[in-house]
Design a binder for this molecule. Structure first.
Ligand SMILES: NC(=O)c1ccc[n+]([C@@H]2O[C@H](COP(=O)([O-])OP(=O)(O)OC[C@H]3O[C@@H](n4cnc5c(N)ncnc54)[C@H](OP(=O)(O)O)[C@@H]3O)[C@@H](O)[C@H]2O)c1
Length: 295
């Protein structure tokens, strides 16, 4: 149930949901309502909590790397976090540490997503983070199973979770979807087409939502990191730890906590502030293919 504070957010901080046929004003509103929200008063933040207005966050891929760091960080920001991934024993340890909820989730399986969503009582923030890369084959030698894995996990996984949780995100009166794409969603590079194509598609899906839900009380933020040292490269190289370590050699990569920090910043802005896209890279990385490395 919405507490009195949340009711104020809904009426003063944002326009109420209107049917699609009434939502043709696709421009920034200058109504007194939006002016009130733009003052940035504490009422518009939607981030303060009292017992009757606990804010819930869902983080997919929370068993390692960016997802685990984000779950931890959002818990310290006062969110009750529902954590999803296949390695549930890792989630359980994290849930014990953070007071969140560990729920098994395979984003590539529609039944698993349905069972997961059943366990989510409310959803104010969804972090679509589950994903990754497999392989480094050129297009001419592309492995269809690797492509399927990348498209199922990054693209269809994001689609399934977002579709299932959007009703809760909108009805809470102040929802926020953050999707972790990549610099691979902005650029292509040789031997990376399975991943870059999946990340481009995931980003296209995410950016489309911004327009489709304009006028509704839900925000959309794309987080596009460069090199982050996690299990990502081990997964990409099929468990070859030596090859994975070489990806980060000679430079200081981002940590999972660096990315979690940015996600938490975006998620704790006042309700009228939508950070559309955030690109973050190590100082030594200029693009997906160009980095400065010490010998
Ligand atoms: N590391 C980087 O350099 C980098 C850069 C840009 C973007 N990203 C993106 O950041 C996100 C997180 O990656 P990371 O770097 O933190 O890598 P990671 O340490 O390998 O974490 C990936 C997470 O995704 C989960 N996952 C994979 N398949 C899943 C499935 N079918 N169902 C549910 N969860 C699944 C994994 O959990 P389980 O295996 O337990 O299911 C794991 O928790 C990914 O979308 C990745 O593409 C990473």
């Amino acid at each position: 149930m919405l507490g009195p504070h949340m009711m104020r957010i809904t009426t003063a901080g944002m326009r109420p949901t209107r049917p699609q046929h009434l939502r043709e004003d696709h421009h920034v509103s200058t109504t007194p309502e939006s002016t009130a929200a733009s003052t940035g008063s504490p009422d518009a933040t939607g981030t303060s909590t009292s017992p009757d207005q606990q804010r819930w966050a869902v983080v997919t891929g929370a068993s390692s790397g960016i997802g685990a760091a984000t779950a931890r960080r959002l818990a310290t920001e006062g969110f009750r976090v529902v954590m999803g991934a296949r390695r549930v024993e890792r989630l359980e340890r994290l849930a014990e540490e953070t007071g969140g909820l560990a729920v098994e989730l395979d984003v590539t399986d529609a039944d698993s997503v349905a069972a997961f969503v059943e366990r989510v009582p409310e959803c104010h923030v969804l972090v679509n983070n589950a994903g990754g890369a497999k392989g480094t084959a050129a297009v001419a030698e592309a492995d269809e199973d690797d492509w399927r894995w990348m498209w199922e996990t990054n693209v269809l996984g994001t689609l399934r979770l977002t579709k299932a949780l959007l009703p809760k995100l909108v009805s809470c009166g102040n929802g926020h979807v953050l999707t972790v794409t990549s610099v691979a969603a902005l650029e292509t590079y040789d031997n990376g087409s399975g991943y870059t194509s999946a990340k481009h598609a995931q980003a296209a899906l995410h950016r489309t939502l911004r327009g489709e839900h304009l006028g509704e009380p839900v925000r959309f933020t794309e987080i596009a990191p460069g090199l982050v040292e996690t299990e990502f490269s081990e997964v990409r190289y099929g468990g070859d730890t030596e090859r994975a370590a070489a990806v980060y050699r000679g430079l200081t990569p981002l940590t999972a906590e660096d990315v979690a920090d940015v996600i938490a910043f975006a998620a704790t802005r006042p309700a009228h502030v939508n950070l559309d896209q955030i690109v973050l890279k190590p100082r030594d990385q200029a693009s997906a293919t160009r980095a400065h490395r010490e010998p």
